[in-house]
Design a protein around this ligand. Structure first.
Ligand code: HEC
Ligand code: HEC
Ligand code: HEC
Ligand code: HEC
Ligand code: HEC
Ligand code: HEC
Length: 447
């Protein structure tokens, strides 16, 4: 990239042909070039490789033997692109035995290092698939950074996505600058033509008397001024709006919890009812996180997970489940050897994931118990989540959309019978949405 920019700069100063109005446009172009240099903006990158797709492929094909950051049956794949060039990796993944058989030194060396454990061949993968996988394995290990604010928890900051949005912003700025440069050139040309028509000689270079500063022309030309002002305002509004709409939206937030607790294993594999643990969802505003005593109802007798569960945890998620149960024991002060409580406790500080701002009112029992909305409708496929994350955006628009779409369960409720009759007459429909019941009134959700 820096090399390319350097070339562009040289090119700019070489542009002898465009010799009028040059200074201003040149500066603009230079700014543009610098913007490009200092962002790592590159228009190809965004569509290049898709780590999400890569993750799926990795989990289904590679995770049995590879982890990203730790050695398993095969090497840790993080940073593999620094150890080998991409073409080599393509041939290796598609058919490693063929590569070893060909006598390729790198291939033989790694094969020897891993005691000649053969790796499966994946001829079905395209180069693009492998790029996706590489993009996924090369994601830097998520680290915990603390978010300020009442949550008091940590937020995994995904560097990739924030630098992506920065790229987009800088890209847009660059486009605007490019447009401005274009306008300047056009203006310059028409000025020149106009001058020629009126018989004024146009000098190819500026001297103090003949050269009208470009900004002056700009200011005098009302139309151009207007166009650029409008463009500028539109762009800033767009950027500001985009930025503000992201403030406070934590969709996808997936913090690392003090104990690796898997909903997949508990709610999925073992089919434990959500409300066994989140019992207050039924009766109160909050669902709440179960106290560790609830865990101990089972875990007094479950000190270790099944062997295949443990193997899967190690291979696919890089988690030692038995160690995690050990953390639970430490927290409640349970000694599995003597099967008794030691009295030394160290409460687990679960990091809160879902969190509406204080000015919004949300009630679980109203939705779960009265409306009969499934937990998954708002929290996603929890029974498949190895690590809990925020599935829904939890924005006002999200609440309201659902209120517009969801019919209220009226059957079997005397209270609703009367209201139903009145309101359905009012709206002329037989089913009522939560919105028609008043679910769009500000006061229902805002104190
Ligand atoms: C059956 C186990 C197994 C599976 C499945 C597997 N690998 Fe491997 N892989 C290995 C082993 C073992 C090695 C070390 C070399 C050897 O012994 O063949 C290796 C080496 C590699 C290397 C070279 C790493 C280095 O640091 O030199 C790459 C790249 C690689 N694998 C990618 C993949 C990808 C991508 C997938 C999924 C599409 C995959 N592997 C699936 C076992 C496996
Ligand atoms: C065995 C107990 C248990 C069961 C069963 C269980 N959970 Fe949980 N749940 C927890 C614990 C412990 C946490 C806190 C740790 C975490 O976030 O992973 C939690 C966290 C959550 C959170 C995130 C809370 C936050 O901080 O915002 C949601 C949402 C949730 N559970 C939904 C469900 C749903 C839906 C089900 C049923 C499909 C379910 N849970 C079943 C124990 C349980
Ligand atoms: C209804 C019984 C039950 C309750 C309640 C329960 N567990 Fe478990 N838990 C299990 C079973 C069964 C396994 C092992 C699954 C296996 O071997 O495949 C397990 C496994 C685990 C594991 C290892 C796998 C993983 O999720 O990382 C941890 C840690 C764990 N439980 C923590 C907890 C915590 C914390 C609570 C309370 C919030 C809790 N459990 C409540 C039944 C329960
Ligand atoms: C209509 C959408 C919706 C449904 C249905 C729903 N939740 Fe929630 N859940 C939320 C919202 C919104 C929050 C954030 C609440 C807050 O911050 O006050 C939340 C928060 C939570 C929390 C974090 C602790 C808390 O109470 O704030 C848990 C745990 C939870 N939900 C579990 C469940 C379970 C279990 C079910 C099913 C029995 C369920 N939820 C059904 C929307 C929903
Ligand atoms: C999955 C759909 C769904 C989502 C998402 C949802 N709601 Fe609801 N909500 C309903 C339904 C259905 C009712 C009607 C319940 C009833 O029968 O009274 C309702 C009712 C309500 C009511 C009571 C309205 C009244 O007329 O008394 C409030 C308040 C409310 N929701 C707040 C929220 C907030 C705040 C959010 C977002 C954080 C939200 N809801 C998200 C489906 C949803
Ligand atoms: C169904 C519930 C619901 C209703 C009805 C509702 N709001 Fe909200 N509103 C919310 C939630 C939830 C948030 C928090 C969203 C977030 O954090 O992004 C919010 C946020 C806001 C904000 C803060 C700005 C923002 O987007 O974060 C304002 C202002 C607001 N609402 C005004 C209103 C007004 C005015 C009305 C009536 C026309 C209204 N709301 C009706 C749920 C509702």
């Amino acid at each position: 990239m820096p090399l390319k920019c350097f070339e562009v700069i040289i090119l700019l100063f070489d542009m002898k042909k465009v010799n009028h109005g040059k200074t201003a446009s040149r500066y603009l172009l230079l700014t543009l070039v610098f913007l490009l240099t200092f962002s790592n903006f590159s228009p190809v990158k965004a569509q290049d490789a898709d780590p999400k797709k890569g993750k799926e492929l990795f989990n289904s094909l590679c995770a049995a033997c590879h982890k990203r950051y730790k050695k398993a049956t095969g090497p840790a794949l993080f940073g593999v692109t620094e150890r080998h060039d991409t073409e080599w990796i393509y041939s290796w993944v598609k058919n490693s035995s063929a590569l070893i058989a060909s006598g390729d030194a790198e291939a033989v060396a790694i094969y020897e290092e891993y005691n000649k454990t053969p790796m499966n061949a994946f001829p079905q993968l395209s180069n693009k698939d492998i790029d996706d996988i590489l993009a996924y394995v090369n994601e830097p290990k998520a680290t915990k950074a603390t978010l300020p604010g009442p949550v008091g928890g940590g937020k995994e900051v995904n560097g990739a996505s924030s630098s992506m949005s920065q790229d987009i912003v800088l890209g847009l700025l660059a486009v605007v600058l490019a447009i401005l440069v274009g306008i300047l050139f056009l203006l310059n040309r028409s000025l020149k033509r106009f001058a020629e028509k009126s018989g004024v000689e146009v000098k190819s270079s500026c001297d103090a008397s003949s050269c009208r500063p470009l900004w002056k022309a700009f200011v005098e030309n009302q139309f151009l001024l207007l166009v650029s002002a409008v463009l500028f305002l539109l762009l800033s509004a767009y950027l500001a709006y985009g930025y503000l709409m992201q403030v406070g939206v934590n969709q996808g937030y997936e913090p690392v919890q003090p104990i690796h607790y898997s909903h997949r294993i508990h709610a999925g594999d073992n089919k434990i009812d959500c409300k066994y643990c989140h019992s207050s969802a039924r009766v109160s505003k909050h669902s709440g996180i179960p106290s560790l005593n609830v865990c101990m109802n089972c875990h007094k007798s479950i000190g270790e997970v099944a062997e295949d569960t443990q193997a899967k945890g190690l291979a696919e998620y890089g988690v030692d489940y038995n160690k995690e149960i050990g953390k639970l024991y430490k927290a409640v002060g349970w000694d599995p050897n003597t099967q008794s409580y030691t009295g030394k406790t160290d409460p687990v500080k679960w990091i809160r994931i879902h969190n509406l701002p204080d000015f919004a009112y949300f009630n679980h029992s109203q939705h779960v118990q009265v409306a009969g909305v499934a937990c998954q409708k708002c929290h996603g496929p929890v029974e498949e989540m190895e690590v809990m994350y925020q599935h829904a955006p939890l924005t006002m628009g999200w609440c309201i959309n659902c209120h517009r779409e969801t019919n209220v369960k009226m059957e079997g409720s005397e209270y609703y019978d009367n209201i139903h009759k009145e309101l359905s007459k009012k709206y002329g429909v037989s089913k009522l949405t939560a919105a028609q019941m008043g679910g769009l009134e500000c006061g229902k959700c805002h104190y």
